[in-house]
Design a protein around this ligand. Structure first.
Ligand code: CU
Length: 168
């Protein structure tokens, strides 16, 4: 019940910052990027290593004129012997960074913020359209075409780490 309530809050939040039309576009974009394009997306992105976390295939999609949000994707592997927990901190060009998961209720697809992204030792987590992703909320300026963004995370409640996400 509490969860449902939370989702409701999230939906209201989304409606308030985007028009219905934007929202529709957003949803299409969100689950849509996977067609032909998805296999190649992020393919040229060099691997990045931060504190034993390896990020591969990173990319994000610069929001179109009417959109205020964007999503970032990639695969993160924990190469250490310890569990790693990432908390969203900030995103360059955007007001807020969140970690989202996508959940399905019947025909309805919803996004839900996660408090942290935990990666067990030796395991990988894939962030992809239609699944988990980093949500970049409220773009603050027009981003020049081809410009990468930088996402900052708090690692294990202590260190700050940053990863680069090239524009797709
Ligand atoms: Cu999202």
């Amino acid at each position: 019940m509490l969860k449902l309530f939370f989702i409701l809050i999230l939906s209201i939040g989304l409606v308030s910052c985007t028009s219905d039309k934007d929202k529709k576009k957003q949803v299409e974009d969100h689950k849509g990027n996977h067609s032909a394009q998805e296999k190649k997306a992020g393919a040229d992105s060099p691997a990045q290593m931060q504190e034993g976390l390896k990020l591969e295939g990173a990319y994000y999609v610069i929001p179109g004129e009417a959109m205020k949000m964007a999503a970032a994707y990639g695969t993160i592997t924990n190469t250490t012997d310890d569990i790693m927990a990432l908390k969203a901190s900030s995103a360059k060009f955007f007001k807020t960074l969140e970690i989202h998961q996508t959940i399905k209720k019947g025909d309805v697809t919803m996004m839900e913020p996660m408090e942290s992204l935990e990666i067990p030792p030796g395991e990988s987590v894939q962030l992809k359209p239609g699944g988990m992703h980093f949500m970049l909320i409220e773009v603050q300026e027009k981003i020049p075409e081809g410009t990468a963004t930088e996402l900052a995370f708090e690692l294990n409640d202590e260190k700050m780490i940053k990863f680069n996400f090239p524009a797709q």
